[in-house]
Design a protein around this ligand. Structure first.
Ligand code: ZN
Length: 64
């Protein structure tokens, strides 16, 4: 016979909160940003929150 847990299974539902996603700080604007789907393959290399920051345009603190 199979043993089945009755009714209220205390397993945590597989719902991911956004707060569970990893975050980084943008090197250009200094603001924290959250993991995005489009970065899933390249997260280790992501250093900027946006293409604008990556290209160094649109921010005041251009450090060279
Ligand atoms: Zn940025």
């Amino acid at each position: 016979m199979w043993w089945k847990p009755k009714g209220g299974v205390s397993a945590i539902p597989k719902m991911r909160k956004k707060s569970d996603l990893p975050t980084k700080t943008c090197l250009a604007c200094g603001l924290p940003f959250t993991w995005r789907k489009k970065w899933e393959r390249d997260w280790d290399n992501v250093k900027y929150c946006s293409d604008r920051c990556r290209s160094g345009k649109g921010t005041k603190n251009v450090l060279k």
